[in-house]
Design a protein around this ligand. Structure first.
Ligand SMILES: [Zn+2]
Ligand SMILES: [Zn+2]
Length: 646
């Protein structure tokens, strides 16, 4: 008999040689029907693998990430089979599961695969799937494996790096593939499959190697899941921030300026400015002070901070002054500069905490292939701040920062978020700097603040940085995609390195604790996420222009200007479209530019001193005729729905 421990802690005594599927059946027939993959003592296994020792078993279904991965990886085997049949002589390489689906890298030789071929491959995959072939693992000697793949230099390379006795093949139908394992029970549960795209990919990601064809696919246990997924993909394309950024005139990339360096157009700059003002106002209330630091710093500054040792070789290389031989680096982080601001004078414990905030622009080298719109750039502005406090103040400071982060999320319409508290790995105390007492204080402060503020959080042991524990926020956008946003991080390292101190009540010098925090993360990334979350329909308080005045003809230009003046008196941001175009065309364009309110003015309105208001996306409702005062009340009510007082 062996002891099989389940995730809920219960232990089952089972006969030696049972399989995960047997255990599932022992629990319930319903579970057995849904189990598609398993892990034993942390290793992925087949549902048919026999268990011979005591251990911890996890059974996965489609609803688990590991279940999906097994499902997708298994489909990659079926797709490989279909490809081999349809393109004889191709060389298969690797076919792993990824976050959304799977791919297979294939050397097609002289043959070509195009979009037009996708359908026939998908049809063949589903045909094979319906035949309900079991996936079976088989051990193979190194010599045999090398012989089988003697015409495939890629598999030969993979096998050469494996040890004899550890090599396995996976069989299904009349197809086999070199594979470590981790499959669903049989092909029959693959009910829907789609090839998403093909792209070039170098063998093992090295551009010196041959370029292969990467075939991306995805599969599901239900046709409806595939339909939903494809709809989501379409919607994500419509919401792509790079596309919206162009349509809304927010930002631009110029090859002349350099890749990964966004240029903010007037409307985008206004949007950024509004976000900055919003955060600055709340930060002022929360006791932050604004500081400004230069875009470069002496190389020595980053040697002191430790950033140079860690990232120096992979960043922008030092800038040399012409005569003095000084070396400067483009600022990759604001923290070292803020440490030196703290060091500008001595402090007493009565002065703390000090909270220095800066919209600090930093530069980090990213490979050109890694750059992506505003989410991966080479120059970006962090909504950065550093808090210097005593260990006893950590608790209150954490609560203060969480309040600010929640205020930011609430005002911008992110309602669905979770938090992760990263703490030490208690088995590896040597990994961390700072005293055990301080770590305990900091971890307890974070957890009690998270609890106190009602956050939905998980604690991850061993995920803390060597210099301190942290709290990260993950938001889910309107399409259900997860993004990491704000982070709050305790740091015992930089105060040491910069020899920061304050005089305590005991008249002795002590080290302050430092907190790094950025609710947005960076302006660039945040605006990208906000664009995709809202599809460009920002909360009204944030819109660069909240209303557009559409004149029925040029005759009403003066009245339109008068309306604009009155709106400005009410601090409503608006502009006039006085072009000699039909009102229908003006409305269509205003809708596309996402102005929340369209204010139509013509003869009637001029006579009565009113405007005819049309709200974006509410075509059916008809326009309402109101005075400017009434409109100001409407717009303020809309603003107050999202933007609360901090
Ligand atoms: Zn496999
Ligand atoms: Zn920092």
């Amino acid at each position: 008999m062996i002891k099989v421990t389940l995730p809920d802690g219960s232990v089952k005594e089972m006969a030696q040689g049972v399989t995960p599927m047997d255990v599932a059946k022992n629990i319930s027939e319903g579970l057995a029907r849904n189990v598609i993959s398993a892990s034993y003592n942390g290793t992925t296994i087949e549902t048919t693998t026999t268990l011979t020792t005591d251990g911890t078993l996890i059974l996965f279904t489609w609803n688990d990430v590991a279940g999906k991965k097994a499902f997708w990886h298994s489909t990659s085997h079926v797709m490989a089979q279909a490809l081999e049949e349809l393109y004889p002589g191709i060389k298969l390489t690797l076919g792993p599961a990824i976050d959304n689906g799977f791919y297979y890298d294939v050397d097609f030789g002289d043959q070509k695969i195009t979009d037009a071929d996708f359908k026939k491959i998908e049809d063949r995959v589903l045909e094979i799937s319906r035949e309900k072939h079991e996936f079976k693992m088989r051990s193979v000697s190194k010599a045999e494996a090398l012989n089988v793949y003697k015409n495939n230099e890629y598999k030969t390379e993979l096998i050469s790096n494996l040890e004899d006795g550890t090599i396995t093949f996976c069989d299904h139908a009349n197809f086999f593939d070199l594979c470590r394992g981790g499959h669903i029970p049989n092909t029959g549960i693959i009910k829907a499959m789609k090839i998403l795209s093909v792209a070039g990919a170098y063998w093992r990601g090295d551009e010196k190697n041959k370029q292969l064809t990467r075939v991306y696919g995805i599969s599901f246990p239900k046709q409806k899941d595939l339909t939903d997924y494809l709809e989501l993909l379409e919607e994500a394309k419509r919401r792509d921030h790079r596309k919206l950024g162009k349509e809304l005139d927010l930002f631009h990339f110029s090859q002349k300026v350099g890749q990964g360096l966004p240029l903010w157009l007037p409307k985008g700059a206004a949007l950024r400015d509004r976000l900055e003002q919003f955060l600055k106002k709340a930060q002022k209330k929360a006791g932050y002070e604004q500081v400004v630091t230069p875009h470069i710093g002496m190389k020595d500054l980053y040697v002191t901070s430790g950033h140079y040792a860690k990232y120096g070789a992979d960043s922008f290389q030092p800038i040399h002054t012409p005569a003095e031989g000084e070396e400067f680096l483009l600022k990759p982080m604001n923290c070292p500069h803020h440490c030196e601001i703290y060091n500008a004078r001595p402090w007493s414990y009565k002065d703390l905490p000090k909270r220095y905030a800066e919209f600090g622009t930093v530069y980090r080298y990213e490979q050109s292939g890694e750059l992506h719109g505003l989410t991966r750039v080479r120059g970006f502005t962090q909504d950065d701040a550093h808090i210097f406090c005593t260990p006893d103040q950590l608790d209150a400071e954490f609560k203060n920062v969480i309040d600010l982060v929640l205020y930011v999320f609430g005002s911008l319409g992110f309602e669905n978020f979770t938090a992760q508290v990263s703490v030490r790995d208690l088995d590896n105390p040597d990994k961390y700097i700072g005293s055990v007492e301080n770590w305990e204080k900091a971890e307890n402060a974070i957890i009690s603040a998270a609890k106190d503020k009602g956050l939905n959080y998980v604690i991850e042991a061993g995920e803390a940085a060597f210099y301190g524990p942290k709290l990260d926020f993950m938001v889910k956008d309107a399409l259900g995609r997860s993004w990491q946003l704000g982070t709050i991080q305790v740091d015992y390292n930089l105060p040491e390195r910069f020899e920061l101190s304050y005089k305590g009540a005991d008249d002795k010098l002590h080290r302050p604790v430092m907190i790094h925090r950025a609710p947005f993360g960076s302006m660039e990334r945040f605006i990208a996420i906000l664009l995709e979350h809202t599809a460009g329909n920002f909360p009204i308080w944030l819109m660069p222009e909240q209303a557009i005045i559409l004149s029925l003809s040029e005759k009403y230009e003066n009245y339109a200007k008068k309306v604009l003046d009155l709106l400005e008196n009410h601090e409503i941001r608006a502009l006039i479209d006085n072009r000699n175009e039909t009102i229908g065309k003006k409305i269509r364009e205003a809708e596309m530019k996402k102005y929340p309110f369209m204010l139509i003015v013509g003869e009637e309105e001029e006579k009565n001193g009113t405007i005819s208001v049309r709200q974006r996306g509410q075509e059916g409702k008809g326009n309402i005729s109101v005075t400017i005062e009434e409109f100001a009340a409407i717009i303020n009510e809309e603003i107050n729905k999202t933007l609360k007082q901090f």
